[in-house]
Write a protein that binds this ligand. Structure first.
Ligand code: AMO
Length: 454
């Protein structure tokens, strides 16, 4: 008999089927045993009589039995398979599991964050964890499908690089044979080079940030979804692509991840019309008028400003997302194009959603001489950027792009409290799979103090 998946049982009432999966929960009532069986498609109640077999959570089993309609009173509306159950004919244990350190069978996984991560191989199996990564998978899939449909070509970016790309100190140096190299902070320079090849490109790549503090929204290794496009007539075209991309992401999640959203009691972010676009200085003025908090001279938005401007967009524009544009040139990376009308500010934007930054992007400096100047102005060595600058030396059209963090977006769509819940194997100042405190430190290593910020 061929294997049937749990989600298919609802269409097989009256039939004999063979299921494979894990014991999610087992309730032994003497003669009758109730088993919740889990496979990658869902959970199903199976009922056995006189099983005479000791079972525990996570045992890997094969069950043959008859699919039956549940009696009216026993229907579970919350479960996609809640109208049926399986009458067990034969149960075979394929592999026994060790005793579980906590209950994995409940609707919620009631464990602390350290336990969630200490037992990551196990906690990822919980239906709610699975749901998080199904949503993330949909975000990445739509990113790929939508941009491909718009003529973008996917490329694979390297992650060992000779120079820090995004500036700042939060870069991981690595020993590369007898040389010093770095883990890429983003695929930025490569996507720009690739515009010279394919005009429109995207990549799904690992990015590394040596974040010197522990926060609920930063991790040291994340999945960066990057896009870059050439021959733009205006930098606003980049925001147009991003806006349409998100509309598609939300539509696809709404369509394909209904059960997952329901598990977290969430709906996709609301965008009634267009996503509002306001300059950073306008945002600060709005915040001042709404709250009296005067950040109008600040060079960036504070986390509380980001939350407030999102509240403004939701309340007055019917949008849970908002573009904030024209950040000060000095606050953005060297490749960002200053606004020709007011070069103190740049043709840059952040897309904020539900109180937090989701995406950064900008038009880039595409003139070779200007770019060399910008590299030097930030104290960089032009020699280090030779390969990158080559692409501009030999002609580069006006271009721009953006990047979003897959984990950050997932966290925000599902309303999770900590980005680590939306990261398969999070790396931070305290952990690389195992707690760093349990590892030996390098000889002569300078101790970096551990900071915790919200
Ligand atoms: P930026 O540094 O703003 O821009 O990053 C872009 C997006 O990546 C995500 N992100 C992170 N997610 C989790 N942990 C982190 N430590 C982390 N850092 C960044 C966020 C953020 O909005 N090269 C530019 C993009 C561009 O201009 O195309 C860049 O990397 O979602």
């Amino acid at each position: 008999m061929e294997r049937t998946y749990i989600s298919q049982t609802v269409d097989k009432i009256g039939q004999l089927v063979r299921l494979k999966g894990y014991i999610n929960t087992v309730r032994d009532h003497g003669k009758i045993t109730f088993i919740d069986l889990r496979d990658k498609t869902g959970v199903l109640q199976c009922v056995g009589t006189d099983l005479k077999i000791q079972l525990r959570g996570e045992d890997v089993v094969e069950i043959e039995g008859a699919v039956k309609s549940r009696p009216e009173k026993m229907v579970n509306e919350k479960l996609p398979t809640g109208k049926v159950e399986l009458a067990i004919v034969k149960l075979t244990v394929i592999e026994k599991a060790d005793e579980l350190p906590f209950d994995l069978g409940g609707n919620d996984l009631n464990v602390s964050l350290p336990v969630l991560l200490d037992y990551r191989s196990l906690t990822l199996r919980h239906p709610k964890s699975q749901a998080i990564f199904k949503v993330q998978n949909q975000v990445v899939k739509t990113f790929r499908d939508y941009l491909s449909s718009q003529g973008f070509v996917e490329f694979n970016a390297p992650t060992i690089v000779p120079v820090a790309t995004e500036g700042g100190a939060n870069v991981f140096p690595i020993k590369y044979f007898e040389h010093d190299c770095y883990l890429a902070q983003s695929p930025q320079l490569y996507k720009q080079i690739m515009v010279g090849v394919f005009e429109r490109v995207f990549s799904v790549a690992r990015a590394y940030r040596a974040e010197p503090s522990v926060t609920t929204r930063h991790i040291c290794e994340y999945v960066s979804l990057d896009a870059e496009m050439g021959f733009i007539d205006s930098w606003t075209e980049v925001m147009d692509v991003l806006e349409n991309l998100f509309k598609k992401v939300f539509a696809d999640i709404d369509l394909n991840c209904k059960d997952e959203l329901a598990l977290f009691d969430q709906t996709v972010p609301r965008v009634e019309n267009l996503i509002p676009r306001i300059k950073m200085r306008e945002a600060q003025q709005i915040i001042f008028e709404r709250t009296g908090v005067d950040h109008r001279a600040e060079k960036d938005l504070e986390p509380e400003d980001e939350r407030e401007i999102c509240r403004w967009a939701a309340e007055t524009k019917g949008s849970e997302l908002v573009f904030v544009t024209h950040y000060p040139t000095a606050k953005r990376a060297f490749y960002t194009m200053p606004d020709p009308a007011d070069p103190e500010f740049s043709l840059s934007f952040d897309l904020l959603g539900r109180g937090l930054e989701w995406v950064s992007g900008s038009q880039r400096i595409n003139n070779h001489k200007e770019l060399v100047k910008a590299v030097e102005l930030r104290g960089n060595n032009v020699k280090d950027f030779e390969l990158y600058l080559q692409a501009f030396k030999y002609g580069m059209p006006p271009e721009g792009g953006f990047a979003l963090g897959a984990e950050r977006i997932t966290m925000q769509i599902l309303g999770l409290e900590n980005i680590r819940e939306a990261t398969l194997f999070p790396r931070d100042m305290e952990r690389v799979d195992i707690k760093l405190s349990s590892l030996k430190t390098q000889k002569n290593a300078k101790k970096i103090p551990l900071k915790k910020t919200p």
